[in-house]
Design a protein around this ligand. Structure first.
Ligand SMILES: Nc1ncnc2c1ncn2[C@@H]1O[C@H](COP(=O)(O)OP(=O)(O)OP(=O)(O)O)[C@@H](O)[C@H]1O
Ligand SMILES: [Mg+2]
Length: 225
């Protein structure tokens, strides 16, 4: 499967993508991750190089508007994790990735600023419209399943619940798991990622499995019968 990690602008995508990739690799289902950096800033790719020896998976440079022709979503328990650039500035790349995404994770902080850039951007296409316009170009003819991941949340702050509800009102599914604001995540770019499964990203993988968003053993066996 292929997971597109998206947001209109800087919203902690690369940080979330790298940590979630490691949590998937560390999970008991033993997922294999293939990284794709679809952002010209190359931060996911460069991180994988700097942290050499720790990133157990390759991160390919693929900031291309022909992404859907160049990449084949892997089968089985191999998961392509795609870090997209700003959809506001590079809509053609995001459009291309959305054509073949099995799952979209929309990364955002629970703030009015991020909400506005997703839902009512003054100078860009609302993200829901970007998702909807992908439908006719997809094999399924439907927009890809899309989940919002709230990040940089603060314990007991009302913003988390408030923006979860606001995004739900806009028609989005929102993960129960939220990624807390922390110095460990904020300073992690370029450094090895260790024990991701013991962090909120491990809880996120558990939630994704429970919601049937990730391949699990039983399903593969059923499919073979
Ligand atoms: N959980 C977190 N807690 C604290 N800081 C965080 C957290 N996650 C990310 N950050 C910080 O937020 C900033 C943006 O993160 P990041 O670079 O991952 O965003 P991005 O969406 O990939 O941005 P861009 O689209 O510009 O590449 C960075 O300074 C990063 O260190
Ligand atoms: Mg980034």
């Amino acid at each position: 499967m292929l997971i597109a990690n998206v947001s209109p602008r800087t919203m902690a995508k690369t940080t979330d993508t790298a940590w979630l990739s490691h949590a998937l690799e560390e999970d008991e289902e033993q997922y294999d991750v293939l990284g794709y950096d679809a952002d010209h800033s190359k931060q996911f790719h460069n991180w994988s190089k700097k942290a050499k020896g720790d990133f157990r998976f390759p991160v390919h440079l693929q900031a291309s508007a022909q992404f859907h022709k160049e990449v084949v979503p892997p089968a089985g328990k191999t998961i392509a994790m795609v870090d997209c650039g700003h959809s506001e500035n590079h809509p053609h790349i995001t459009d291309s990735v959305l054509r073949i995404a099995d799952l979209v994770i929309l990364h955002m902080s629970p703030t009015g600023a991020d909400w506005e850039r997703i839902v009512e951007p003054p100078d860009a296409t609302p993200f829901m419209d970007i998702l909807k316009r992908s439908a006719p170009l997809r094999a399924t003819r439907r927009m890809p399943p899309t989940w919002v991941l709230l990040n940089r949340t603060v314990a007991n702050a009302s913003s988390t619940g408030y923006y979860r509800e606001e995004m739900t009102k806009e028609g989005y599914d929102v993960f129960t798991t939220a990624i807390p604001r922390s110095e460990m995540f904020g300073q992690s770019l370029g450094f090895p990622i260790v024990d991701a499964r013991k962090t909120a990203f491990g809880s996120l993988v558990t939630e994704m499995k429970k919601r049937g968003l990730l391949p699990v053993e039983e399903r593969e066996e059923q499919a073979e019968q």
